[in-house]
Design a protein around this ligand. Structure first.
Ligand SMILES: *Cc1c(COP(=O)(O)O)cnc(C)c1O
Length: 452
């Protein structure tokens, strides 16, 4: 141990000695395990061990997450950090990062709510009172927990969506201890199914359910012999039975987006949803956040629930969300990266792709029309025209994709039908030079490898 810690690569490292020691111990334990398992191990060399630990330390200390170029054609890519933030949002986060008046009313000197920075502006934008939480899942959890007692919430088996990484809406709705009653079948659910649950007469029930949950099918489509109850009909039943109706929209819409006929948050409120939950980043193109929007008394119930404290957003999120909400409140299309990407003209994308292809010496046939998406659970099948740069045949697309991912900056494309596509719909024009440099580096490596 002392030998390894005293070796040149580790002596030079500024990392605390106890951390170096822990990594060396782990490395030695691994060697011992392999040796016990009978895998031949060359006698451990202090310098080699130290070099291995130094490399691990370097990787641990590199700032992360790393900036990447999103050439997937999915504008709100959950794995790539969803919305790129506006300069104004980044500046607001930075300003709030120090001490700020997060929960202090400056005029009175009294304690106050962090929500106050956002509620007035959000109510104007959304058309109803709102509460901000950590993310969309938190909004769903809080709404179902605050309104689901004592009888539980009712969900159609046809709306039991899994949203990604194995997380399921019905399980998240129940995670706060709320009983979730499934009604209907996978393909068909009727108003009478919900009504039976509100009367406490669905299978297994001994008391009436307390709330209804309607879920937007954000990532799949039902076709064939199917029936789901329209939100407005469900709202009528909820009203008649005095049970609140929660609608989880996932993304939702503020209206005005080009080509989007998706109902707005306000339309859902008008249709009778008592409480709407959605992802603030999907809706607004801002920082990760969740929104609970709707009837003032129900929003207040959520705000006073103990879980609200556990799910509250931090100061930098509030700052970025405020700057993003301001962009939506100004006349004209919002000055946000997401909206710039979505609004870029196909001709402009073609010109950029053509210039990149020319600079790489690729034929014009490498520039192709693609299908891009907003992503983040916007309407399934709702697509944008994109323009892709398709790597010419030669290099293995998976290998080239891997090399681009490991470049500087990493570039994330998609491999489709045996070709690597770099979709410019999700790449800001300002990143073209970096994309070109990354492509040159990755292709250069490839050339060298093929000659070997
Ligand atoms: C995305 C999504 C959520 C979760 O939102 P996050 O902000 O990712 O937590 C919940 N419900 C639906 C329908 C969604 O599409």
């Amino acid at each position: 141990m002392d030998h390894v810690l005293a070796a040149a690569p580790l002596v030079a490292s500024p990392v605390a000695r106890r951390i170096k020691r822990a990594l060396v111990q782990a490395e030695v334990a691994r060697l011992r395990e392999r040796s016990l398992a009978g895998t031949a191990v060359a006698s451990p060399d202090a310098a080699a061990l130290a070099e291995s630990v130094r490399a691990q330390l370097a990787a641990l200390l590199t700032p992360r997450p790393r900036r990447v170029i999103n050439a997937t054609g999915v504008l709100l890519h959950t794995n790539l950090g969803r919305a790129p933030l506006s300069a104004a949002a980044i500046a607001a986060m930075s300003a709030a990062a120090g001490c700020c008046d997060l929960e202090l009313e400056l005029t009175s000197g009294r304690r106050s709510s962090r929500q106050r920075h956002l509620v007035a502006l959000l109510e104007l934008l959304l058309g109803a009172p709102a509460l901000v939480v950590n993310n969309g899942a938190a909004a769903l959890l809080l709404a179902c927990t605050a309104l689901g007692g004592p009888g539980g919430v009712v969900i159609s088996r046809g709306q039991m969506v899994e949203i990604g990484d194995g997380f399921r809406i019905a399980e998240m709705a129940a995670a706060g201890g709320t009983r979730v009653w499934e009604v209907g079948s996978t393909n068909r659910t009727h108003l009478a199914d919900y009504e039976a649950a509100l009367l406490g007469q669905a299978p297994g029930m001994t008391a009436p359910a307390s709330a209804l949950l309607w879920v937007h099918l954000s990532n799949f489509r039902q076709d064939g012999f199917v029936h789901q109850v329209a939100l407005a009909s469900l709202a009528g039943l909820a009203k008649a039975r005095g049970a609140p109706l929660i609608a989880d929209l996932g993304s939702g819409s503020l209206g005005g987006a080009p080509g989007a006929e998706e109902p707005t948050i306000h339309d859902y409120v008008a249709a009778g949803a008592d409480l709407i939950t959605c992802s603030g980043d999907k809706l607004l193109g801002g920082p990760q956040a969740g929104l609970i929007v709707g009837a003032a008394a129900l929003v207040e119930r959520c705000r006073r629930h103990p879980l609200a404290r556990a799910l509250r957003p931090d100061k930098t999120t509030i700052a970025a969300l405020h700057a993003t909400a301001v962009a939506h409140a100004l006349e004209g299309p919002p000055e946000l990266p997401l909206h710039h990407l979505a609004a870029a003209s196909v001709a402009g994308l073609r010109a950029r792709a053509g210039a990149l292809a020319a600079a790489l010496g690729w034929p014009e046939s490498c520039v192709r029309a693609t299908t891009a998406t907003i992503g983040g659970g916007s309407l399934p099948g709702e697509t944008l025209e994109g323009v892709g740069l398709v790597a010419p045949a030669g290099a293995s697309p998976d290998r080239l994709a891997a090399r681009l991912r490991c470049g500087e900056p990493p570039v994330i494309g998609r491999v489709h039908e045996g070709a690597l596509i770099l979709d410019l719909r999700s790449v800001p024009a300002a990143e073209d030079a970096a994309l070109l440099a990354a492509l040159r580096a990755a292709l250069g490596d490839d050339g060298a490898e093929r000659q070997r």
